[in-house]
Design a protein around this ligand. Sequence first.
Ligand SMILES: [Fe+2]
Ligand SMILES: [Fe+2]
Length: 318
Amino acid sequence: MSEEQIKSLEAEFEARIARDEKIEPKDWMPEKYRQTHIRQISQHAHSEIVGMLPEGNWITRAPSLRRKVALLAKVQDEAGHGLYLYSACETLGISRDELYDQLHSGKAKYSSIFNYPTLTWADIGAIGWLVDGAAIINQVPLCNTSFGPYARAMVRVCKEESFHQRQGYEIMLKLCQGTPEQKEMAQDALNRWWWPSLMMFGPTDDVSVHTAQSMKWKLKRKTNDELRQQFIDQTIPQAEILGITVPDADLKWNEERGHYDFGEINWDEFWQVVKGHGPCNKERMSARVGAWEKGTWVRDAAMAYAEKQENKKLNKAV
Ligand SMILES: [Fe+2]
Ligand SMILES: [Fe+2]
């Protein structure tokens, strides 16, 4: 293809995005668009899969049958989200095996929030309320993103995330209305999860490297700082209903801005966790790789069975 032809394809592509048309897998797209989407969608898929680990840990210890059923359903939803997203990513020309390999070898990233430990039952409440709450704020704009398979997957994912957020908040509410010890447990979970939740929106706008290009492709509709502010403004009144407080001495309503002001985020901690030095990075990866290896016989059996069926069909045809 000549340079001129590529330029005209690029111009047509940008025009389609400007018109809010969806880009589908078989459409022409710039290589950078394809690579950026592979990176973002696979990171998202990996986060759903690794995100099952801190909570899966509590399924056997959930305090009642009702809580167990709700948590089990939530963790299963996250597996489903991971699978939709791997499928969406495969339409861009990368195989599932390559994607798994990138995760297991440590080449691919997943959301750092899942490298923190879940110490008490209240952490399951705090995760649903804050982590799924932050995920919704990040993901709702993606229902309108330009790449068709990603946008369509997000519609269902967001509906399920809102169930996750509510079940988490309800756990917190119950604890906060319970004994002083239970309320203390809820406060302790909020203390530990608040700052990592704010970090989920990524670095501040002045240092975020992908923002400008991603905004152009509508892969991002609002900046990291805007989304973080939205999360804080939405969450503080919910904490007030619970009667617990976020661990930030600088948090204050700013009448003039119409938003909450908040304290400095510890970015050193953020980068340490991103680089693999968080409290549970190693534990999460060894659990994930271990599960993959233990599942080898299931995958082998499924392949052997499929082959057998295929041979049967062929023999009949002859
Ligand atoms: Fe999810
Ligand atoms: Fe979720």
